[in-house]
Design a protein around this ligand. Structure first.
Ligand SMILES: NC(=O)c1ccc[n+]([C@@H]2O[C@H](COP(=O)([O-])OP(=O)(O)OC[C@H]3O[C@@H](n4cnc5c(N)ncnc54)[C@H](OP(=O)(O)O)[C@@H]3O)[C@@H](O)[C@H]2O)c1
Length: 273
């Protein structure tokens, strides 16, 4: 019998690449996304079914989990992938901007896990994979809110691992470095209101230029999909999977240094004071 993966944010990037990767391995895919119009490359695959789901809408999460179980009979793997980036100083972030970031990147994952858990408990098996980021383990300047959601997700996952093991449910975290997707384009929001000058503009520009300069080391979404597949199928108790050479190198450096040395190294690299 074919296994089923339920993916949030499957419209583009890592989510879409994962849908196609698992389909090629003989899986069935509940590919969920905010807007299901188009996406003929996914729709034309008989093992991929599209569902409209916004992770900030508890009703849509509830209904789509129910529909996917009715259609496929099981959810073997849940991939919490939907999310977006938020750059800029904390000081200028509006209350709505803060709330939306948490509502999508963190609360959206909590909602989806809560809906899927009764299904996996009944099955007596399942794998939950949360897409965090190297930014869920190591922090950079001017990403404080994004880091808060991804560090939060990492901690949530580590704790849930204990909680879910007795039910045969594995908990995994895939933490990518830079990936060539829409993330740095349409999925990147800023905390600075349009047209507003801030005290941080020079430093934000330096950090942004450094990130853009590092794009040559980014991974493809297909590589991340393969790591997600390994996490879903390796049957081990391993919690974290660093994804991408940049993420691996940075995490290794962070582990070797004390916090102050790492802070100084990052400041130097970004040309900050
Ligand atoms: N690319 C990177 O460098 C990178 C690095 C580390 C971690 N990540 C993480 O990887 C994940 C996927 O990002 P990506 O790189 O593949 O970028 P992407 O191509 O922009 O994909 C982001 C996905 O999230 C979806 N999404 C956003 N808000 C949503 C909501 N409220 N409900 C449902 N779906 C929503 C988007 O849907 P729409 O099409 O409706 O906008 C899109 O499908 C994110 O969690 C991101 O934080 C990315």
């Amino acid at each position: 019998m074919k296994k089923t993966i339920f993916i949030t944010g499957a419209s583009t990037g890592i989510g879409k690449a994962t849908a196609l990767f698992f389909a090629a391995k003989g899986w069935q895919i509940a590919a969920t996304m905010r807007n299901t119009a188009g996406h003929d490359d996914l729709r034309s695959n008989p093992d991929i079914k599209l569902y409209a789901l916004d992770v900030t809408d508890v009703g849509s999460v509830h209904n789509v989990v129910k529909a996917a179980v009715a259609d496929f009979g099981a959810i073997d793997v849940l991939l919490n992938n939907a999310g977006y980036g938020l750059v800029g100083p904390l000081e200028t972030a509006s209350a709505d901007t803060v709330l939306k970031q948490f509502d999508t990147n963190l609360f959206g994952v909590i909602r989806t896990i809560q809906e899927v858990l009764p299904v996996m408990k009944k099955q007596k098996h399942g794998v939950i994979i949360n897409i965090t980021s190297i930014g869920g383990l190591v922090a950079f300047p001017f990403n404080s809110l994004y880091h808060a959601t991804k560090f939060g997700l990492d901690g949530l996952s580590e704790s849930l691992k204990y909680e879910l093991k007795p039910f045969g449910i594995q908990m995994k975290v895939v933490a990518p470095g830079g990936v060539i997707t829409d993330f740095a384009g349409r999925s990147l929001h800023t905390t600075i209101p349009a047209g507003q000058k801030t005290d941080y503009d020079n430093d934000v520009a330096k950090v942004w230029a450094a990130f853009e300069g590092g794009a040559a080391n980014y991974s493809t979404a297909e590589l991340i999909a393969e790591i997600i597949y390994n996490a879903a199928t390796d049957g081990t108790d391993r919690l974290r999977y660093l994804a991408g050479k940049d993420a691996e190198a940075l995490y290794a450096a962070w582990k070797q240094m004390d916090n102050e040395s790492f802070f100084n190294m990052v400041n130097e690299r970004f040309g900050l004071a």
